[in-house]
Design a protein around this ligand. Sequence first.
Ligand SMILES: [Zn+2]
Length: 195
Amino acid sequence: MATKKKKKAKKHAPKAAKAEPESVAIKGVPKEQVRETILTVAGEHGLEILRYLGDKKNISEFVIAEKLKLDMQTVRNTLYKLHTHHLVMYIRKKDRQKGWYISYWTFNKERVSELIESFRKQNLEKLRERLDKEEQNKGLFFICSKACARLDFDQATDFEFKCPECGTLLQQQENVRTIENLKARIREIEVDMDV
Ligand SMILES: [Zn+2]
């Protein structure tokens, strides 16, 4: 009888040191946006933790701390921040030997694009408000270049467009470029959002 030798791939092949990925990759979302959003929400450590978690499931908080060489307090604080924005999910299990609870974490990748979207909406609202204000006051003010006075049109006329304090010729307050900038930024966001 021929013995069939099955060659099993060794499960414990020595692991090559894996280089950390440059960013948390989310399909269809620009890297830089993902990075910025995570940094805003949970800082550098947040980014580090999510990079480490990647597609892994249910990773113990202790393992995270150990692998990233962070203290438990930092890990817990950061996970808490991430969790506030639903970027991570966890389960808690009692450790039979030690008798305490340990939480196990998973990166909720789908949440990233939602979060980006909601930040965009907030940003868009703020920009629109600013634009409104700028447009309502478009060219209505005159200022002294030495900053002694800021006059509306009627006042400026009364003083023959000279500063009442120092006599310097008043300049119309220029916000056309500000308005243009705001409009451009709003358009950019709108294009991204398909609105
Ligand atoms: Zn002046």
